[in-house]
Ligand binder design. Structure first.
Ligand code: C5P
Length: 217
């Protein structure tokens, strides 16, 4: 599919609301370059866990300069432990600054073969891509999100319990919504998509309808 004009899609969401799934479906359908920005914070958190001696700003700066999208696909980045630490380190202003340039590059200068970009995270709609053509805030009830993440994690770590996942999601919500720097919020110009009672396909069709209306008009 080729679009008349390049587009930018920005998505913000709390943990495990289905934003990644929708962002992937949108990116595939409209041929957009996709970046899951949470994975960058998770990668940094993983460095802190696995290579604590290397964990300093100059090493992280180098890591960001040489970052390849493939580095973000490591399944180890998906664990609760990494997610919880990502939520803590992402409050650090200096870390956010290091990550900023990579996100801007992906959003505004994706490889030419794409029709644009689609980024999801916590501050994408108002900080990283404030002039996005489409802005969505994707959410779901806490219970639904915990259950979805639990099913995902169970395949990786058999010891995971639903209660642990629920606790971790609540903790991360509290931290992501209330932090001083780049808190998670729904901007006035973002369209709310609540995925609680809808299938992946139904949510995508809703988003597609909104996007096609503007793209085709
Ligand atoms: O989206 P995901 O759950 O992988 O993100 C992990 C953590 O990274 C979040 O809880 C959040 O604290 C942080 N994050 C952020 N800004 C983003 C994306 C993620 O602060 N744009």
């Amino acid at each position: 599919m080729k679009l008349k004009k390049k587009i930018k899609v920005a998505i913000d969401s709390p943990a495990a609301a289905g934003a990644g799934t929708q962002a992937k479906l949108i990116s595939k359908h409209y041929n957009l370059f996709y970046l899951d920005t949470g994975k960058i914070y998770r990668l940094i958190a993983n460095i802190k866990i696995k290579r604590p001696k290397k964990y300093n700003y100059s090493f992280l700066e180098k890591t960001m300069k040489n970052l390849n999208i493939k580095n973000l696909q490591n399944k180890k980045l998906l664990t609760n432990e990494v997610g919880n630490l990502a939520s803590i380190i992402s409050k650090d202003k200096k870390i956010r600054k290091l990550v900023h340039a990579f996100q801007i590059q992906c959003a505004y200068y994706p490889p030419k073969r794409y029709n644009g970009s689609c980024l999801d995270g916590r501050d994408i709609t108002y900080k990283i891509v404030p002039d996005a053509d489409f802005k969505f805030f994707i959410t779901a009830s806490t219970k639904t999100r915990a259950l979805r993440r639990y099913k995902e994690l169970k395949g990786i770590n058999k010891k995971t319990t639903l209660n642990d996942v629920l606790k971790s999601i609540k903790k991360r919500d509290k931290s992501d919504y209330n932090r001083k720097i780049s808190p998670l919020k729904k901007t006035k110009d973002s369209i709310l998509i609540n995925t609680t009672n809808f299938s992946k396909r139904a949510c995508f069709l809703k988003i597609k309808k909104i996007m096609d209306k503007k793209i085709i008009a």
